[in-house]
Design a protein around this ligand. Structure first.
Ligand code: RRO
Length: 312
């Protein structure tokens, strides 16, 4: 079975990407994983200034997955240009790389795109509109504010001709409309979904399990929210979708594909097994061979355009 897929004017050698925040800038996983064998990866979100992130503990587990409040810890734009992109240029030649950008204010996204666009070594940007852990941003994530979605993407679009992915939120009751707005403003593709806001309390001690209190939930429990968001985005737009949330097994990736995702993000599963992404890519190929499917593209559904239709 052919795993390659052509999107955004390039070839992805397979459809599996490691999700933002789960693989640093590639180099951090390179001792345990051949990152260049992936379809690609999305870097940790980059901000203009270096960020130390939130108080420890930043990560905790529960029965359905994980809760994190990393708080956008990253080395900042200058260090990414100086230290991270050169490593990617030298070591990543087959996998496709998206640089994730994030900020507290609209203006920061535009300056990040401007500041990175002239660099080589990556394909495009993932515009992170949906971080649930930004304490300094007063109010909900940008993805839940239609005006902000439009302003950020319009501004980014006018500053780069590279592919732009907009990363949207699972707790958006209007995710179809948000998807449409993002595409109208210039997004070439959509990544759905980021983590779902959550809180964990130790019932015995009464203490929050994360230093920052609230966090973003990911792992197997996020799968249904991710699938629903992809279904809604597919019904609302025609651009390529990156399906993400709770992908642990090849079957999860196939479910996203049937609902219209052309690329699959693996996130939390990478923490338990750094090779999860490659394992899932191999599992998709095995499925295809067993069922006489010639290519990954054949598995990617056109979407159902209704939430009740049979997608089998
Ligand atoms: O850094 C984080 O705490 C974080 C980010 Br930027 C994000 O987009 N999603 C998430 O779960 N955590």
């Amino acid at each position: 079975m052919r795993l390659t897929t052509e999107l955004f004017g390039v070839t992805f050698q397979n459809p599996v990407l490691l999700a933002a925040g789960t693989c640093g800038f590639g180099m951090e996983l390179s001792d345990v994983l051949d990152v260049d064998a992936l379809g690609g990866f999305v870097t940790k979100s980059v901000t203009l200034e270096p960020r130390k992130g939130n108080a420890a503990p930043r990560v905790t587990e529960f029965g359905g997955g994980m809760l994190n409040s990393v708080g956008l810890a990253n080395p900042g734009l200058d260090a990414v240009r100086r230290d991270k992109l050169p490593w990617i240029r030298q070591n990543v030649t087959r996998a496709q790389v998206f640089v994730s950008v994030a900020g507290h204010r609209i203006e920061e996204f535009l300056r990040l795109v401007e500041g990175l666009d002239g660099e080589e070594g990556f394909l495009g940007f993932e515009i992170n509109l949906s971080c649930p852990n930004d304490e300094r941003r007063d109010g909900p994530p940008f993805a839940l504010d239609p005006h902000a979605v439009t302003s950020i993407l319009t501004g980014c679009r006018s500053r780069t001709s590279r592919p732009l992915l907009a990363k949207l939120a699972p707790n958006d009751p209007e995710v179809g409309r948000t998807s449409r707005l993002a595409v109208e403003a210039g997004a070439d593709g959509l990544t759905l979904v980021n983590t779902l806001p959550g809180f964990l309390l130790d019932g015995e001690t009464g203490r929050a399990k994360l230093g920052a209190g609230r966090g973003g939930m990911s792992g197997p429990a996020l799968l249904p929210s991710g699938l629903l968001a992809i279904q809604r985005a597919r019904a609302a737009t025609d651009v390529p979708l990156v399906g993400l949330g709770g992908v642990t097994r090849p079957g999860d990736a196939l479910a996203y594909a049937r609902l219209g995702a052309s690329l699959i993000g693996v996130g939390t599963a990478t923490f338990a097994d750094p090779r999860a992404g490659l394992r899932i890519a191999r599992g998709i190929e095995r499925f295809g061979r067993r069922h006489g499917v010639a290519s990954w593209d054949e598995l990617v559904g056109p979407g159902t355009h209704t939430e009740h239709a049979d997608v089998s």
